[in-house]
Design a protein around this ligand. Sequence first.
Ligand code: SF4
Length: 448
Amino acid sequence: MSLLVSTTSDPGRFRSFGPHHIDELGARYGLSADNVRAIRTISRVLPFRVNEYVLSHLIDWDRIPDDPIFRLVFPQRGMLAAADERLLGDLLGAGDRTGLRVEVARIRAGLNPHPSGQQQHNVPHLDGHELPGMQHKYRETVLYFPQQGQTCHAYCTYCFRWAQFVGDADLRFAAPGPEQLVTYLHRHPAVTDVLVTGGDPMIMSTERLRSHVEPLLRVDTVRTVRFGTKAVAYWPYRFVSDSDADDLLRLFAQVVAAGRNVAVMAHFSHPRELATEIATRAIARIRSTGAVVYCQAPLIRYVNDDPHAWSDMWRAELALGAVPYYMFVERDTGPRDYFQVPLTRAADIFRTAYQDLPGLARTVRGPVMSATPGKVLVDGVERTPHGEFFQLRLIQARDRRLVGRPFRARWSADAAWLSDLQIDPAAPADILAAVSPSAARPGAAVTA
Ligand code: SF4
């Protein structure tokens, strides 16, 4: 398959803006003093990064602070507890660096930096040693976090991997190289998929990415290489006009030519991210290599808690030849209290958007909680003479015997996560043991 030729003019070099540029951005876009204060305070705890493309092409500055893309990348008042925000503001005002360090660490520790027991339950072992920068939760798939891919072209305010970006080595997944992964894969032939993720692996140069990917092709049992990325949304030039964009596409084509699938797991939060000419071209170029683009995002208050946003997004994805794949529920980490959408509303938004789709876009699944026992789908709300219930189903699980079997939980107006739910005690015992909030342990990690 030939690559599409890039004709888009070079937008210049990638330039990002972080906590050191808050005053510059405030002046450039006329942000209120309160906005600037909130951004400065909250970015002490949670990561903040934006780039010129997001600023110039995605944010509608006539609509701030309510613009969904502004909400997607700029920290906002309310993301931390009010008392913590006040305290941090006071410490910043007093220039108390030691106090700030202590309080920032305390607040981060209270934000559940590694949800769903990732650091305890999903770490693979080789010859009795833990493997850094890898996660193995489901039998077929290993997640691989290359050390050099642990940033993104911009940071999402709701990021569930925020702990990767705050400069604390204890909170970080990072693999120095693929050697141990390759050994592990040889010993675990049931693993068919490797998800190269981060951060965003597309932040790496193609040469670097190639050094992580090519060794995987030596493992016959690996059939699909997935790349988790938001680069099409945040920096589509990565696939079009960056100096090594053509080389990146050649790498995808090389993996395909080796008889493997390339799945670009693209994160789109809002239809506006798909509406630019450069994003459209990026998807066309990726697809020209034989790679398949699967689209996924969490449902986030203030950003996309609107069925029209989702149906427009899924239609746009389908029109571009991409596959709508998942609507996730915001995970129980970071500023989750601020961004969460109750499950009953999430199910409603999903159903309303889904009803609006042509059949080919109904590949999408959701809302889905990626929880400790597995991926729990909220299939809808059931009204019975005995009360209302959420219909639930595990569509992926550590224990494969649980997959595909329905169960239910008492309906609740406020529940926003699995742990908030009262599971129907009539559920099968194995499901009950796995998904009940009281379930002490998720069971063993997968074994070969
Ligand atoms: S792109 Fe993904 S990893 Fe990066 S900040 Fe957004 S949610 Fe987090």
